[in-house]
Design a protein around this ligand. Structure first.
Ligand code: COA
Length: 273
């Protein structure tokens, strides 16, 4: 997002804590909040990569970015990361649960450990993040945005692990919205469709499917990271989304409606994955 339709100081004085914020869509979400005045914390497993991303984000936006190593599968890691973030900035307002893992694999070939790994990163990781965030968000009446997918809306081949995991993420969004609304905390989900230039597109399509945009997306174009950035700004802001909690905002150009959750034709995967 080089220019924005939002005023550039709408998150001034706020702090965003983003799991998976060192790369891809979640880095874009972090940058968008920073460009609009927020400081940030980005967490993921590899500190060396995070440090590079944090420096870049700070240089591009003029805001502060704190990189912290953390495996979302470990609750204790998250408690520590939130404590350090709180000590560093004195507050946490926006939490984005973005850390995720995925790959194409048929249920027949996927190992039990492969299934468990994605469940642990996406579903348990999101629970751990939300739970560790709670004492901090209670103080600021902040918000949580989870990142989900559309795979579980239909039967999406090669995505049994991610479909199950993201169904859990959507369920938690609704439960937490019901439970934590009383604290003034809003919990919502952004569900990106096919977003060009991301790890997701790289890992979840094959070379040939990239050319299928005309038939798989009603709007006839791939999404851009900025599409997710705008959704983030809208849902994170306490004024524009004041009365929105428990929502799942699908940003996919209508893709899942016409082509389901996956875009690899069966002829390309049957017997191979
Ligand atoms: N196909 C099938 N199984 C796979 C796989 C693939 N492409 N990649 C990993 N697995 C399986 C492994 O074989 C292993 O199971 P096994 O012990 O039975 O062999 C299991 O998943 C765990 O793999 P491992 O590499 O040890 O896990 P990890 O925690 O290091 O990595 C992943 C997690 C697999 C999700 C990895 O792809 C990752 O970290 N991705 C992060 C980025 C990402 O995927 N983003 C997705 C955006 S859509």
């Amino acid at each position: 997002m080089t220019t924005s339709i939002f005023q550039n100081d709408i998150f001034k004085g706020k702090v965003a804590f983003v799991t998976g914020g060192g790369s891809g869509i979640c880095k874009g979400m972090t940058e968008a909040l920073m460009r609009h005045g927020a400081d940030s914390v980005i967490v993921s497993r590899t500190l060396s990569k995070l440090e590079v991303a944090a420096k870049e984000l700070a240089e591009r936006t003029g805001r502060r970015c704190l990189p912290l190593a953390c495996d979302v599968r470990n609750y204790a890691d998250l408690e520590t990361a939130f404590r350090k973030a709180q000590e560093h900035y004195g507050r946490i307002d926006i939490v984005i649960c973005g850390a995720a893992g995925n790959f194409l694999a048929s249920a027949e070939r996927l190992s039990a450990n492969g299934f468990k790994t994605v469940m642990e990163i996406d579903t348990i990781g999101t629970f751990n993040t939300c739970k560790a965030a709670l004492p901090h968000l209670k103080q600021t009446k902040g918000c949580i945005i989870s990142v989900s997918a559309t795979f579980h809306y239909v039967g999406s081949p090669l995505q049994i692990h991610a479909a199950a995991a993201k169904a859990g993420v959507d369920a938690m969004t609704r439960t937490l919205a019901a439970e934590w609304g009383a604290y003034g905390i809003r919990i919502n989900t952004i569900t990106p469709g096919p977003i060009a230039g991301t790890t997701g597109m790289e890992k979840l399509t094959t070379k040939d499917t990239v050319d299928l945009v005309e038939s798989v997306v009603p709007l006839k174009t791939w999404g851009q990271i900025r599409d997710i950035e705008y959704a983030t700004l809208f849902l994170a802001h306490p004024e524009s989304a004041r009365f929105i909690s428990g929502a799942v905002l699908v940003v996919d150009g209508g893709q899942w409606l016409v082509s389901g959750g996956g875009i690899v034709p069966e002829s390309q995967w049957r017997g191979k994955l």
